[in-house]
Structures are given as C-alpha cells and as structure tokens.
Design a protein around this ligand. Structure first.
Ligand code: PLP
Length: 368
C-alpha cells in the first residue's frame, strides 16, 4: 500500500482535529481491510459482535489503567462532541437546580451559556479584564448547594490551562478536558465528571469520552434524550444505540500507543507528560527570549497543549504563515477571536516538530 514517506510528513499544529501518532495511522492502514484475520474492516463490523466487543473492552481497560480511573466511575464512549456535553452535563447532573461555572476562556463561556437553558447558573469566578489568567480558588464564590462546579481544564483558544485541581469546594467538580486529557496524569477521583471530545488528544472526531462517578447518575431531567442519558449509556456499555465504532477503534490504538511510550525511566502517561513539558518549555522559551513574538497568558497558567502567540508587528503575519507552510509547518494561524498564531502541540506532536517550529521562528525573526 503506498504510504507517504515519514520524512515528508509535514508537522500539523492544528488545534483539532489534530495530528495523530504516525505509528497509529500506519497500523490502522495495515488493518484497514482485514482486522485480525476477520476479513473485515472494523467499520464494517456489528457493534454487538465479539470482535468489536473486544476492541471496546480493551479501549476501556487501557483508559482506566492510564488514568487510574476508580471502579465506581463509568467510562462512556458518547457522541456529539464537547459542545453537546455543554447541554448534556446540566441535563444529566444539574437536577434542574443550581450549577456553578468558572469561566476562564471561550470554551467555558460557551459551557456556562448553554447550561442556562437547563438550570440556575452562577459564574463562580472569571478573571477581570479579559482571559489570560485563572483567579485564585480562594476568591471563587461557589454556592455550597450547587449540583456541580464546572471548569475547563485547558482553554484551547485562549491558551490557559489549570495546572491544579480545584479543591475544597462542596459541589462535585465537572471538567471539560477536551484538549488536555491524557497529556499528563489526572486525579479522576477528585472529579464527579470529566468529558472530552476525542479529536484533540485521543483520536479522530466522532467519539466523546465521559468519565462520571456512578452515584451522580440516575437524575437526568425528563427532557434528556435517552441516547444521551449517562445512566442509559452506562447500563448499555455505551451501546444503547450504535456507537462510533471506527473512532473508538482508533482511540483504542492511540491509548495503546500511549501505553508503549518511554522517556528515560518513565513509561506510559508519565513519559508523555515529561515530553509535553519539554515541548512546551522549548516553545515558551523561544517566545520569551524574542522581541518579535509575545504570549500574553500569565506564566503560571500557560497551556502545555495550545500555545497562542502574536507577532508584535501583525503586518508580518502573512509572511510568517507562508514561510511556515514552505517549511512543512502547518495550521499555525490563531483562532479568529484571538488572532496571531497558535501552535497546538498535543501528545502526537513529536519533539522534532516543536524543534522545527522554534528553528523557523528564530530564523524568521533574524530575517525581519
Ligand atoms: C474543541 C473543544 C470543544 C468543542 O468540541 P466539539 O467536539 O467541537 O464539540 C469544547 N471544549 C474544549 C476545551 C475544546 O478544546
């Protein structure tokens, strides 16, 4: 089967759908027409058959192992993306009563606005004067009787990431971790619910992970569609209706890829986390040492996954992007709401990609 030469594969810094581990793409290509001697592609299989059943079971157990998910949490392979969860979280968990939101960027703004359709929403904290920092938890105004306290673990557009789990609040935590799940170890037990669309750090678009403590289930609002009721999904092992089988298979390959990672003595998620730390440090150091590039996020909360930066002279933006493309560095244009550039450096972005970007940035600055 003709495959592009690894040396010619460009580095794709897209925020999502995002670059996949090349090894995973090659394995999927090899298995495309015949999965493990079944004579079928995974996408052709019945979701109720043994073959797909084993793929789903393996993916769930790999995820449970990687994130040390306690047994009293359900793992759901849902659909609709993270934006659907903005409605499904209140439909499933708010009981139509109160829910509190920490708003630190574009995505948590959307979450908070959508929830207003279903429950009594209160913004517990948001930074003064624009996004780019996280107010200290001691200043948050959280209602003790809220059904949950929602935050976004990593603001993909604004480049703001929690490097801590909020602690000491009465309501269970609900976190949108679409763009940083599996980038480092995560204290699942400190949360009531974690959700993440797959297309940033897990696999292709089409599957949405929901990890939810089972004692929170069973109180969905009557208006909640059955196919999106967490308790129904849990009782049916994510197969109340046809799940996104091929996306789950690819996510499963990515989970196995994570388990295989090594970095010195570190293994699995710890190895991935260390590599992510180095990649982000390389890029932020380049930006901070430069007089052309600037990142305006408070240093303590800078995202390790999405690095927005501006050129101090915005008239150079087009030349920067054109030159980057010529160097095989793709999708660096920033989100339209923020402007400038954004480099998304998820798990699957190799260190070589970040080095190539930094080399290009330094060279571009010298020439301008
Ligand atoms: C991408 C993203 C979303 C939206 O995900 P969809 O799958 O497009 O619904 C929501 N939240 C965060 C943090 C994201 O990165």
């Amino acid at each position: 089967m003709p495959m592009p030469d690894a040396a010619r594969r460009p580095f794709n810094f897209s925020a999502g759908p995002a670059t996949m581990p090349e090894e995973v793409l090659r394995q999927a290509a090899e298995e495309m027409l015949d999965w493990h001697g079944t004579g079928m592609s995974v996408m052709e299989m019945s979701h109720r058959g043994d073959a797909f059943g084993s793929i789903l079971t393996q993916a769930e157990s790999d995820l449970r192992e990687l994130l040390a998910i306690p047994a009293d949490y359900a793992v759901l392979f849902a659909q609709g993306g993270a934006l659907a969860q903005n409605a499904l979280v209140p439909l499933n968990l708010s009981r139509g009563a109160r829910a509190d939101y920490v708003v630190t960027g574009s995505w948590s703004t959307k979450s908070e606005r959508e929830a207003r359709k279903y429950c009594d929403v209160h913004v517990a904290a948001t930074p003064d004067g624009g996004f780019g920092d996280i107010p200290p938890p001691a200043s948050w105004q959280v209602r003790d009787d809220a059904a949950y306290l929602h935050y976004c673990g990593n603001e993909t557009i604004d480049g703001v990431e929690f490097d801590f789990v909020p602690a000491g609040f009465a309501p269970p935590l609900v976190a949108d971790m679409s763009s940083n799940i599996l980038s480092r170890p995560l204290d699942v037990a400190a949360h009531g619910c974690i959700y993440a669309g797959a297309q940033k750090n897990i696999g292709p678009a089409g599957v949405t992970l929901v990890i939810v403590r089972r004692d929170l289930l069973g109180h969905a609002l009557p208006a909640c569609p059955s196919a999106f009721d967490y308790a129904v999904l849990d009782a049916n092992r994510s197969m109340y209706n046809t799940p996104p089988t091929y996306a789950i298979y690819l996510a499963g390959l990515v989970l196995q890829w994570i388990r295989r990672q090594r970095d010195g003595d570190l293994r699995g998620l710890a190895a991935v986390a260390e590599r992510n730390r180095r990649k982000a440090a390389l890029l932020y150091d380049c930006i901070d040492a430069s007089s052309l590039y600037v990142n305006r996020v408070a240093p303590g909360v800078r995202s390790r996954m999405n690095v927005p930066f501006q050129l101090r002279d915005a008239s150079l933006d087009a030349a920067f992007l054109d030159g980057a493309r010529e160097h095989g560095l793709l999708q660096l244009k920033g989100h339209k709401s923020v402007g400038g550039m954004r480099a998304s450096i998820y798990n699957a972005m190799p260190e070589a990609g970040v080095r190539a970007l930094v080399d290009y940035m330094r060279d571009f600055e010298r020439r301008h």
